[in-house]
Every structure is written in structure tokens, then in C-alpha cells.
Write a protein that binds this ligand. Structure first.
Ligand SMILES: [Zn+2]
Length: 247
């Protein structure tokens, strides 16, 4: 049977700690809670790591967070050799915040890159040090210099980043919201989460279940590390932290 975990990170990406009660331990030792601030791997964003604190102060290190049978069942995978909590036990959940915040900055940067390069996305991955997006983009006029400049303009403008929910029908009526060729938004649940950048989405709106910073300035200094040509019409852009190195 699939359990339902309340995904606290969906409403508040800044919850570095939270409380959860153990609902189940699966056959692989994975811990299922009633609620969690640990993001589960999906949509190109890696799941959280961190630790659970027990009432006696001891720790259970968490090495990965993934979804289970359904997207609403979140499974925390302990590192090897950790103590197993009791069913019903209340735990304090500590996300590895420096790592998560870097992923939030990177993930938000990916949205900004999709604004600078408004082309169909064929693949994407968010990483702690580097992220990448593959675009169907035959036009060679997008360079690391001019794309970096436009990204940093949006970062400095400090546009608000927020979320709102729309219905399947609203999404079907606005097919332009979907930028990814390969990843279909989860139509059929009735509600789709939109990530909105700028007042009323003036900069961008797209379906996304990940975690983002609240204002684009928090992304900080980023640059395009490398643009690789992948086949005739495909280009891979890498986003890195820091300023564009002088070559
Ligand atoms: Zn996103």
C-alpha cells in the first residue's frame, strides 16, 4: 500500500527543519513519514540529504530521498548502519541546508535560462555545482557571454518567484506553458503547480514541482560554463556559479 506524505517543501522551500512522525519502514529500510521537508528526487532536481534527530538527540543520517509507489509517498533512505526508528516515533528533520540552497539557486537559474533561450527543452539536470539544459536550438548566436549577461540582468532585477495552482483545463488551454518535449506535467491529478517569476508571471510561468528561491537575486552570481553542440539542432548549456571566467 502507498502512504501519503505531506510535502512541506512544496509550500515552503525554506523549511530547513521540520517535524515528522514515522508511518512505515519499507522492506529496504526506507523511512516513510507523515510529513517532510526533504525534497524527493524528481524533475531533474536531486533529492535531499541530511539527518533525523531523535528525542534522545541521536541522529539518523539520510543519504537520499525518493518517491515511492506514488508521487505522494516520500521515502527517506538512511545511510548504512543507522538506527531504525519506531513506527509512530516523532523526529526532527534536518535538511542539509547549504546543499539544498545551492540546488534551489541552480534550479531557479534553470528557469531563467529557459526565459533567455525560449526553445523546446529536450533534457535538464539540476546539480549542486553545475546544471545543464539541452535545447532544440539551431541558432549559434546564443553565446556564453550574451546569455550570461541576460541571466545576470534577471538576477539583479530581483524578480519575485512564487507558486500557484491551476487546473488541468487551464493548462490544456495554455499549451505554451509546457517547455519540455520529454517531461510531461502530471496531468490527471486535477491540479498543476505553476512556478511563476515576476509579478503575475510577467517573466515566466511553467509547471514545476521543485524548490526555488523566493527572489531571483538569491540566485547570485552565475555564468554559462560551456555550450556544447549535440547533434544538428541541439545545444547543451551548462550553468555554473561565480562570474564568467576571463579566457
Ligand atoms: Zn522549477
Amino acid at each position: 500500500m502507498a502512504y501519503e506524505t505531506k510535502a512541506l517543501f512544496r509550500d515552503d522551500a525554506y523549511l530547513a527543519t521540520a517535524e515528522g512522525v514515522v508511518l512505515a519502514i519499507n522492506e529496504h529500510g526506507g523511512i516513510v513519514l507523515d510529513a517532510t521537508n526533504f525534497y524527493a528526487t524528481s524533475g531533474g532536481q536531486p533529492g535531499d540529504i541530511g539527518y533525523f534527530e531523535r528525542s534522545d538527540g541521536s541522529r539518523i543520517e539520510i543519504a537520499a530521498t525518493v518517491t515511492g509507489e506514488t508521487k505522494n509517498e516520500i521515502i527517506h533512505i538512511p545511510a548504512e548502519g543507522q538506527a531504525v526508528p519506531e513506527i509512530g516515533e516523532k523526529l526532527t528533520l534536518h535538511v542539509d541546508w547549504p546543499r539544498r540552497f545551492r540546488l534551489m539557486r541552480m534550479h531557479t537559474a534553470c528557469h531563467l535560462l529557459s526565459v533567455v533561450c525560449p526553445f523546446p527543452i529536450t533534457g535538464a539536470a539540476v546539480g549542486e555545482e553545475e546544471s545543464r539544459i539541452d535545447f532544440d536550438l539551431p541558432d549559434p548566436s546564443y553565446t556564453r557571454e550574451n546569455v550570461t549577461e541576460r541571466l545576470m540582468e534577471m538576477v539583479r532585477a530581483n524578480a519575485p518567484v512564487s507558486t500557484r495552482w491551476i487546473t488541468d483545463e487551464e493548462l490544456s488551454a495554455n499549451p505554451g506553458l509546457i517547455k519540455s518535449k520529454n517531461v510531461r506535467p502530471p496531468i490527471g491529478n486535477g491540479q498543476i503547480r505553476l512556478v511563476v517569476i515576476g509579478e503575475d508571471g510577467t517573466i515566466d510561468s511553467q509547471p514545476c514541482g521543485g524548490t526555488h528561491v523566493a527572489g531571483t537575486q538569491e540566485v547570485g552570481e552565475i555564468h554559462i560554463g560551456k555550450i556544447e553542440k549535440k547533434g544538428k539542432e541541439n545545444r547543451r548549456f551548462r550553468i555554473r556559479f561565480g562570474s564568467l571566467p576571463l579566457v
